[in-house]
Write a protein that binds this ligand. Structure first.
Ligand code: NZQ
Ligand code: ZN
Length: 385
């Protein structure tokens, strides 16, 4: 196991009715900016629950944060913050709203000229407004981590800072019942691939992280298809298990002391920026190709994944790895997400522009050892056709 320092300070309020916890979580003297997306919270009762919990607080609102939140939209919140001397941000929505709130929080305290530098040039975030989150879509893990992904034009980039980790997060599985089939399915797949990106590298004998990761993957494999089955789709136990898996998949815990490889996400972000494909659906296309092209670098962990996650014991090493990759693709197909570029109408002509974007964003040494260069990325995209 590698050395690490671990901290996760987000207080989690999990379960039905927990939105009420907002009343005690946010200081009574705070001037709160409630930040949300395109309006789903008006239709599923979440808006009313939040307003009710905060009825004795001073609350302003900023709405319209879009999926894959954009710099231009997020910067519009800054004048509201200045005009009303806002000192607390409450994100109410999915990963995009929480990520957007993180950027707004950091930008509000950024003293140099252009807050985009935080994202583009990794400018250090010295301070941010405090954040709380009411999560409505289990997927990203952003509700208890330090990462935010922001889009500007065709650049979809991330930044990380301990200052933007939410102080608390409310996870009420009941609010996920209004998600469309597509969104809940995206969430399961995104969470699964977060686990993979922190697991499928090379072994360092980190038994706790490995077994925790394998347990999360098995839970998502078991519970995921149930949310697409009319008989079990509204089962709150299923929703709870998915929601907690998604949080733990990217809360930081399974990623400490182990090598990580975010190749699938980094290529996936380019696909979203260039072609508008949902985040999770880019990942389900790229991951099987990464498994195939990078199988030598990942051989030992692929074998462990085959044995422990899919219980594949028969055949020689390559047969077991092939079988595990097939099982992974089948799982994604059962979750009704695409597994090839052709499934989303993209062909060979999409590859060169993608490689140019990766290069312009400095993504030329990916992988757990920085060994996946643009030639490897080309092979991955070819394999994904
Ligand atoms: O905007 P509203 O009207 O709220 O609708 C949203 C949106 O259209 C809707 N939705 C959310 N909760 C709902 C609901 N509809 C009905 N009922 C509910 N309970 O779902 C749509 C998608 O929401 P979005 O927030 O975009 O989805 P998700 O949570 O998957 O977030 C995706 C973003 O997170 C980033 C992605 O790149 C993408 O920008 N990620 C952030 C990470 C992080 N911070 O650690 C890691 C991830 O890998 C990921 O990159
Ligand atoms: Zn993701």
């Amino acid at each position: 196991m590698l050395n690490f320092t671990y901290e996760n300070t987000t207080r989690i309020h999990f379960g039905e009715g927990q939105i009420q916890a907002l009343e005690k979580e946010i200081p009574k003297t705070a001037k709160v900016l409630m930040i949300y997306g395109g309006g789903s919270i008006h239709h599923n009762g979440v808006y009313d629950q939040v307003k009710d919990a905060l009825k004795t607080h001073t609350v302003y609102e900023f709405s319209g944060v879009e999926p894959n939140p954009t710099y231009d939209t997020l910067m519009k919140a800054q004048s509201l913050i200045r005009d009303h001397q806002i000192d607390y941000l409450l994100a109410v929505g999915g990963g995009s709203v929480v990520d957007g709130t993180k950027f707004i929080a950091a930008a509000a305290c950024y003293e140099d000229e252009d807050p985009w530098d935080i994202v583009k040039n990794n400018a250090i975030v010295h301070a941010a407004l405090p954040i709380g989150a009411v999560l409505t879509l289990p997927a990203t893990g952003t509700e208890s981590n330090v990462v935010s992904v922001v889009t500007r034009g065709e650049s979809k980039l991330s930044f990380a800072s301990a200052h933007v980790r939410p102080q608390f997060a409310v996870l009420d599985p009941k609010v996920t019942l209004s998600l469309s089939e597509r969104q809940i399915s995206n969430g399961v797949v995104d969470a699964f691939i977060h686990v993979i990106e922190q697991y499928l590298t090379y072994p360092v004998n980190a038994k706790v992280q490995d077994r925790f990761a394998e347990g999360l993957m098995q839970t998502l494999i078991e519970e995921g298809p149930k949310v697409l089955d009319p008989v079990s789709k509204d089962d709150l136990v299923v929703r709870s298990n998915i929601m907690w898996s998604a949080t733990q998949a990217l809360s930081g815990l399974i990623g400490v002391g182990v090598p990580q490889d975010w190749t699938t996400h980094l290529i996936g972000h380019e696909l979203t920026a260039a072609h508008g494909i949902d985040h999770a659906r880019t990942l389900s296309i790229v991951l099987p190709a990464v498994m195939k092209v990078c199988r030598e670098a990942k051989r030992e962990k692929l074998l462990q994944y085959a044995a422990r996650v899919w219980d594949i014991q028969e055949g020689d090493e390559d047969t077991r790895i092939n079988h595990a990759i097939q099982k992974t693709e089948l799982f994604f197909q059962n979750m009704r997400v695409p597994v090839r570029l052709s499934d989303v109408g993209l062909g060979e002509q999409a590859i060169d522009p993608m490689l140019q974007k990766l290069e312009s964003h400095g993504m030329t040494a990916l992988g757990e050892k920085g060994e996946f260069d643009l030639a490897v990325c080309r092979n991955i995209l070819q394999e994904a056709l």
